[in-house]
Design a binder for this molecule. Sequence first.
Ligand code: URA
Ligand code: SF4
Length: 191
Amino acid sequence: MEKQKELEKLHQEIRNCKKCSLWKWRKNAVPGEGPANAKIFICGQAPGAEEDKTGKPFVGRAGILLNKLLKIAGIERKKMFITSPLKCLPQPPINRKPKKEEIKSCFPYLKKQVELINPKYFILLGEVAFSIFFPKEKLSNYRGKWIKKEGKFYFPTYHPAAGLRFPKIRSTLEGDFKECGRFLTQNLKIF
Ligand code: URA
Ligand code: SF4
């Protein structure tokens, strides 16, 4: 099957998923969006209220900041695949931290997306995304630096939601995305 169609089939499966209890409260699952041949894969944490309402990733306040950061990096959002390890809004209460068992139930979807898209570059937003790809490491030791592992490149940084709360984190994020974009434009000829 064509890759884009296979991805859409997976996303339909996610929209119907009842593997953890979050399905009971969701308005929409948020599978993610972007082309099946994306070279860059952005991984967040979990949908918020705005994402739940629309079914699209990073459309709320954190998404607006993410768009600004991508502009700083000089990379086009529509060329990347954007998703989160958890595909439904954590609740109740709305926006609580995802539970370990929820992440575990949802993980096969992220894994399939990665296998299908097979991107070379990953941008990992925050602790949850980082610990999925590097379970034995500490984010503070790697934040803002590219990590090469088995032919893939990973760039861990803070989650934009943290940048909304703390100005110091926001300026770190801005610096990180500058570095992220510098490396990508050097290594990729698509921009
Ligand atoms: N934060 C995330 O981690 N993912 C989204 O889709 C929206 C906000
Ligand atoms: Fe299914 Fe993931 Fe939603 Fe849980 S969070 S219901 S595992 S799609």
